[in-house]
Ligand binder design. Sequence first.
Ligand code: ANZ
Ligand code: ZN
Length: 817
Amino acid sequence: EHRYVPSDVETKWQQKWEESNAHDTTHDSTKPYYYCLEQFPYPSGRLHMGHVRVYSIGDVVARFKKMHGHNVLHPMGWDAFGMPAENFAIQHGVHPNVSTYDNIAFMRGQQKQLGLSYDWSRELATCSPDYYKWTQWIFQLFYEKGLAYKKKAAVNWCPECSTVLANEQVIDGACWRCDSEVVKKDLEQWFFKITEYAERLLDDLEQLQGGWPERVITMQRNWIGKSTGAEITYQIDGRDDTLTVFTTRPDTVYGVSYVVLAPENELVQKLIEGYEQGAEVQAFINQVRKASDIERTSTDAEKVGIFTGAHAVHPLTGEKLPIWIANYVLPDYGTGCVMGVPAHDERDFEFASKYSLPIIPVIDPGHQEALTAAFTEDGVLINSAEFNGMPNSEALVKITELLEQKGIGKATTSFRLRDWLISRQRYWGAPIPMINCPSCGTVAVPKDQLPVLLPEHVDFGVKGKSPLETNDEFVHTTCPSCGGAARRETDTMDTFIDSSWYYLRYTGKGDGTLPFDTEAANNWLPVDKYVGGIEHAILHLLYSRFFTKVLHDAGLVNFVEPFESLLTQGMVVLNGAKMSKSKGNVVSPEDIINKYGADTARVFILFAAPPDRDLEWSDQGVEGAHRFLNRVWRMVDNHIPILRKKNLAADASGEAAKKLRMTTHATIKKVTEDIGSRYQFNTAISAIMELVNAIYAYPEGADAGTKAEAIRTAVILLHPAAPHVTSELWEMMGETSKLYALEWPSYDESALVLDEVEYVVQINGKVRERLVFPKDATKEEIESQAIASDKVQDLLEGKSIKKVIVVPGKLVNLVIG
Ligand code: ANZ
Ligand code: ZN
């Protein structure tokens, strides 16, 4: 007898796979291509359970698809630039280059310990010059296409990290990483013009229906935030200037009682010129600018404003409307100007109530009393001249037409999506490959001079200054255009840029003239299954979609969406709470692997919950998975003689054999569908568990060939989830083929139905006998054979049959008396 020692088995097979390049990507032109991708990790130091879960999911899919006749691309790499490594350098004096590669080495080792089937020859790290050269190349492409530009912008600034933060990195006014208060600062920044692609990013979500979770599609749609409405121009009273508002509700134009601008709007400075209370207005503006966008727009933030002293003329009634500025109007949405309609907009209602501005209902609220809140429903127009009595949806169109005729308005759309601020004042990122020349202005570093290398020796200690800014050797350069002295751009790129194209690089490096092998990319992409966290549902996916479209338009790829199907895995939780260091409730992958082995960890994780649900960690669950693998082990170990008999045919003529054969084939069907098309690994594993139970229950003396077939099948079906132990068992059975390369079993449809059916025979409603009939037996045959049976003949004894009822597939009832 052989004992199951996971560590021996796992080391042995990991070595074998490595030596034989078992996981190299295949290119068999007769097979379909399948790209299985897990979001690459940030090399933080060590794997956590969330990682183990994503990788286990991806690995089952990849291994299954390989066995199921596909060429599979299953790569892994490192999202290796970013702030933590730099902060670590500041605190501990270890260069990011050193700490990052140390972390990568450790985590790669852990991934190998898990038996993940990556093609390591394609490994990449975004911080290697060989990679970021091409990140810079892509930046240049964007620049050439007019999609990268520089502008002075008020940015969110974290004084602690001394860097600019994207809007989404500001959480409740604080830095997402260090939690310190974020302030506003004006800086020249690089942007990517993602807004130019807003419409396509929205429209193409259609193509992702069915392949992406509905809620992720909705999150993307809301983030892009398309609004349709109109722009309406108002003359400023007594001046030559006009102002233009964006509104989604032109139907409420007769209800406008004031106009309100964002404090940042340039017009404001003109309006308050010469106004006696101008200084007060200016003080208000400075006050508002301190707050973040999120604070300003949150519904519970207090709405505050101030009158500018100027008036606008209503374009249809000629009435004079006061022009205000207020915190709730944002400078960079729509036109930065709003027409205030307090009767029908909640924010305006609150504002008008506070400052005693008129509230004029123009949609009939159905009652006479004064409004106590904005009426935001649909209805019929009132107080609206010739439009009175018209349903507002119709009025919306008609009023827009009228304004268009008069040349003072037009139908338009507005997007919530802003251009992407990509500048970071940090060291550990890809340098933006631009040069500032005193005579030529902004000049791109020629593509053949890339990469712009990060200097190795820099000073991390200068507070508020990026280490690149204080590095003279880096900063001073010559202008590629005039040859004069010039300065390098010292900003580096947002790391979201690195991760916006890594999935293309995995397909191949090509001939070195482009960022990736375009032919291979067209072959492999779109990614067939992308597995990752819901935390990336918006930005990473949106940016990757944007990059793909730009690269498509530049002729580098022939598809417009990078990820055909997305699986967002749930969290790993302990007693309902997310595992996190700060909560101290972390179960470490190392401990589990050391104690039970990687196969147990994988099987537990896959079995404990459907992939998109949260997974509750449980020690009993882990032990259960381990017991199951031991049970499989013993099942094989106890049957070595029959498993090694090469010409032992399955003879499924007996009752028990027929049943077991049915279970075997039903399990093949279920596991194939669960893994291959439903991606429900938990039910796949539970089906294999049932098959194992059936094998254990199989009667002594029943057909051995059928049993051998069942055991062999269970081992094969379990392979994608528990690759090491199954490989060992395969070898113990005397098999010399490579289990990972074995063709996935197909099921025999005819074995799925039993060809005989058991009937219950009742006499006067009482069960007296059970008889087996061929499935295609006729009613007459069943009736006569039931009557002729010994048991029934005994019981009939002198009585006569009054009636016979046959329920097909179930029972025969004899009424006698
Ligand atoms: C008049 C009006 C009447 C409005 C009404 C709404 C309801 P969404 O759907 O988000 O696009 N708005 C326009 N620009 C703004 C800005 N820069 N900052 C803050 N608010 C702004 O919202 C569009 C509506 O938000 C616009 O339609 C405008 O108010 C306001 F019964 O105009 B509305
Ligand atoms: Zn120059």
